[in-house]
Design a protein around this ligand. Structure first.
Ligand code: AMP
Ligand code: GLY
Length: 435
């Protein structure tokens, strides 16, 4: 791309994409970041501009990138990867960071990713894959509860049922395989053993066999304080995750990341992009893969990028050129913590269109409000999705990052706002062990 004009495209509309656009806008020489389709936050972010194209409309994205002279594209959501946006851009000679459609199957098909893990002897829960109800119910009867039922395809975070009883697991199987609420995504299911432990999100920037790890992170999946209630896309996150000690970090690289990248190369689908391993760590610190994502996490990205102290575009360009270590990331020593503010009804049926107050407050330099499900109505910012904002704070330790985030949160309000009050509690317990 010419040095005179460095236009970047970010595909997506969530908090993850607002954080990507914000950080890329600060990269050396970037003149403009286009966000397709973006949200109210990216519309207002300096140097950023929204383009009203849906993430799965690959022909329109490609035509726009060519017409605008976009020099580099970063893909946020799995939906765009699963329909082959990277293949299309590469085929047209455009530079884009993300996995091909074949490599993105690590996320887009749970059956593929479980079979891949088994083939390459990468630790994960014991499982079976089913398309018929009777054998699936027999498998549940054999394994007993607690047990986990997962739809094979992409289901926007709604495809996993952690069942505490056999009845609940049976109902999930009947719903998914019986052509229920998930449609085609549920036509095949994975049934797997329940794993106990603490979760961590381990994300690397990968390019074939070369990779560099991002700062560690942990999110809070349940809707209510104390990690209770139904699963969501994530109600808050922080970085670093102290549960990932240097020893565990080394094990994750050796036992999970490296064999995964090697396996993808060996199978003829080398992985370039953000590879996210959702891990369960047991008491002994043994990592097992819960899932792969072929993208950054949301909301993990927001605190991770708050801590990034080097050039994001240079890192991703180095990866596309073959080795992200050529521009390895540096991290602020502080902790960053993000609190998700969600709309009324989330994670169920969401109410949209509530006016958000307080966004023009002074949040200082230690906090940042990333938008997710927001839109502009005239000049007002309104809610337009389940997870509306992710409010991040930086601090010397998790408790002060938490205080910075909640201080910023207190300036924002709308009708029906939901949030958790305990984001970061596990890390705080590790940092401040009870006397
Ligand atoms: P997944 O989309 O596969 O990561 O599943 C979503 C969430 O369900 C995970 O983040 C875990 O909280 C939970 N989960 C998934 N698989 C298991 C398992 N085998 N054991 C316990 N919890 C699980
Ligand atoms: N926060 C979990 C995810 O992005 O999948």
């Amino acid at each position: 791309m010419t040095q005179a004009q460095r236009k970047i495209l970010v595909i997506g509309s969530g908090g993850r994409e607002h954080a990507l656009a914000w950080k890329l806008a600060a990269s050396a020489g970037v003149t403009e970041v286009l966000v397709a389709p973006g949200n109210a936050g990216t519309a207002r972010e300096p140097k950023c501009r929204n383009v009203a194209i849906a993430v799965e409309d690959v022909p329109a994205l490609l035509a726009m990138a060519q017409a605008e002279g976009v020099g580099f594209t970063v893909v946020g959501p799995e939906a765009a990867l699963a329909v082959g946006v990277v293949d299309a851009f590469r085929g047209a000679g455009l530079r884009i960071f993300g996995p091909t459609q074949a490599a993105a199957q690590l996320e887009s098909s749970k059956a593929f990713s479980k079979d891949f893990l088994a083939r390459h002897k990468i630790p994960t829960a014991q499982y079976g894959v089913f398309t018929e109800i009777a054998p699936a119910l027999a498998d549940i009867a054999r394994r007993g509860a607690p047990i986990v039922v997962k739809a094979d395809g992409l289901a926007a975070g709604k495809g996993v049922v952690v069942a505490t009883t056999v009845d609940e697991a049976n109902a999930a199987v009947r719903d998914m395989l019986g052509g229920g609420s998930l449609g085609a995504a549920g036509a095949r299911v994975v049934i797997e053993d329940f794993l106990d432990g603490e979760e961590a999100s381990y994300i690397v920037v990968a390019s074939g066999l070369n990779y560099v790890a991002l700062a560690t992170a942990q999110d809070h999946k349940r809707i209510f304080d104390g990690d209770r209630g139904p699963n969501t896309g994530g109600m808050g996150a922080y970085s670093p995750a102290p549960v990932v000690t240097p020893e565990i970090d080394a094990r994750v690289r050796r036992e999970v990341i490296e064999p995964t990248l090697q396996g993808m190369v060996d199978e003829g689908r080398p992985f370039t992009g953000f590879l996210y391993a959702g891990l369960m760590l047991d008491r002994a610190g043994t990592p097992k893969v819960l899932e792969f994502n072929a993208r950054l996490g949301d909301p993990e990205t927001q605190p991770i990028l708050m801590r990034l102290d080097s050039d994001l575009l240079a890192l991703l360009e180095a990866a596309v050129d073959g080795d992200p270590n050529a521009s390895a990331p540096r991290w602020k020593p502080e902790v960053a913590l993000g609190v998700v503010l969600a709309a009324a009804g989330y994670p169920g049926e969401v109410r949209r269109g509530d006016a958000i107050d307080g966004l023009d407050a002074d949040f200082g330099t230690r906090a940042k409000v990333f938008h997710a499900g927001t839109a502009l109505r005239d000049d007002a910012v309104i809610t337009s999705g389940g997870r509306v904002l992710c409010v991040c704070g930086l601090g010397a330790d998790t408790r002060s990052a938490q205080a910075a985030a909640y201080a910023a949160v207190s300036k924002i309000s709308w009708s029906g706002l939901q949030l958790r009050r305990d984001i970061g509690y596990r890390a705080i317990a590790r940092e401040e062990p009870a006397a």
